[in-house]
Design a protein. Structure first.
Length: 370
């Protein structure tokens, strides 16, 4: 539907005559009219057709049905070319949608649109931004494959596991994410919601937690493995549910392969929106877990800087701290297992060569030779 005009020999037909009845048509009118779907909850459109579409919808539906066709109008921004001007063929800045879909797929394009600008603002098209979202979805796909290969596809957990500090850390952050995304979606802040999901998934879940839990899947005791498997599936499933409105195809593909049989719901798009469990937000676990994660990340960078392959062992490492000595001593195994340290010492006596990002009071030294 649009404002295009069909020019005949003697008349002009304004095609808004059918656009002005779309809310009713979406509700099945006239043959299969479902009165529960009218008024529509949401009427989205660009600011260029507020007068034509929104006004025409209102006038015609009131005339036919006696009430408004929609509850809320959401005004979207417009797509601009790479030069910042409105995208138009005559400007030479036009990119065909099919070209984008053929190269990157619909999910990457949808996610680009959601993360590219705040609701109602114009968005400038850039190939590199679509590519960035495509790489994120590739990261998600690879993470899901790893979890299924290493943590297994049997998600029948018959008991609550005894969670480690980092398990509680990621689950607490997951519940905070769910609260934020839900609030953002209710306020039509699609950029805030989608960006929060992407950042959490890519950096917190994949880069931090997944790397810190790999050793437990391979060499941990029975409870360590059980708790790691439980947490990985808990977090991945929630991510898929939150991301589904923005990336409907890849989320449903992963869900249908690994979770539909367990949940008994065939498609992720038939599942309920997740409810955040505020009682699972452990602020102390968030604070302490952040220390462990930052130590691991800083030591991983130092390991690479020392030209020690990430899969190779570190003969010896010393962490120097007074404020966090007890915390790091109690959770040495996460640091040892993730970084493959053969001999780790935590002491409050001395001074290290490297600082931990965000915690300058924690220093460390990596010793390449034992």
């Amino acid at each position: 539907c649009g404002s295009t005009e069909f020019v005949g020999e003697s008349d002009v037909m304004d095609t808004w005559m059918d656009s002005s009845i779309t809310c009713a048509v979406h509700a099945g009118w006239p043959d299969n009219f479902d009165h529960r779907l009218l008024p529509a909850d949401l009427q989205p459109n660009g600011y260029d057709i507020i007068r034509t579409w929104d006004y025409y919808l209102m006038v015609r539906h009131i005339a036919l049905f006696g009430y408004a066709p929609y509850k809320t109008v959401l005004i979207n921004g417009m797509v601009r070319g790479t030069d910042g001007r409105m995208m138009h063929k005559s400007y030479g800045n036009y990119v065909a949608l099919r070209e984008v879909l053929d190269k990157y797929g619909a999910d990457a394009f949808r996610l680009w649109a959601a993360t590219g600008a705040t609701t109602g603002s114009d968005i400038r098209f850039r190939w590199e931004d679509v590519d960035f979202n495509w790489r994120f979805l590739t990261k998600l796909w690879n993470a899901a494959r790893f979890i299924m290969l290493e943590a297994g596809t049997d998600m029948r957990f018959d008991r609550e596991p005894r969670l480690s500090l980092l398990d509680k850390w990621i689950i607490s952050l997951l519940e905070e994410l769910t609260l934020k995304v839900t609030e953002s979606m209710e306020n039509f802040d699609f950029m805030g919601a989608s960006t929060a999901i992407r950042d959490f998934t890519w950096h917190v879940f994949c880069d931090d937690y997944l790397e810190a839990v790999k050793y437990r899947l391979k060499s941990g005791n029975e409870n360590d493995k059980y708790a790691a498997r439980y947490t990985l599936h808990e977090v991945l499933l929630r991510i898929l549910l939150l991301l589904a409105p923005f990336a409907p195809y890849i989320t449903d593909e992963i869900y249908s392969r690994f979770y539909s049989q367990m949940t008994g719901i065939k498609s992720i798009h038939l599942a309920k929106w997740p409810s955040a469990k505020a009682d699972r937000i452990d602020k102390e676990a968030i604070a302490k877990g952040d220390v462990i994660i930052k130590v691991i990340k800083s030591m991983r960078r130092a390991k690479a800087k020392a030209r020690i392959p990430l899969n190779a062992p570190i003969p010896k490492a010393v962490i120097y701290t007074k404020a966090y000595k007890e915390l790091l001593s109690n959770h040495m195994q996460d640091i040892i297992g993730t970084l493959k340290i053969q001999n780790l010492i935590v002491t409050d006596d001395g001074n290290g060569e490297e600082k931990v990002e965000g915690y300058p009071e924690i220093k460390f030294t990596i010793i390449k030779h034992s």
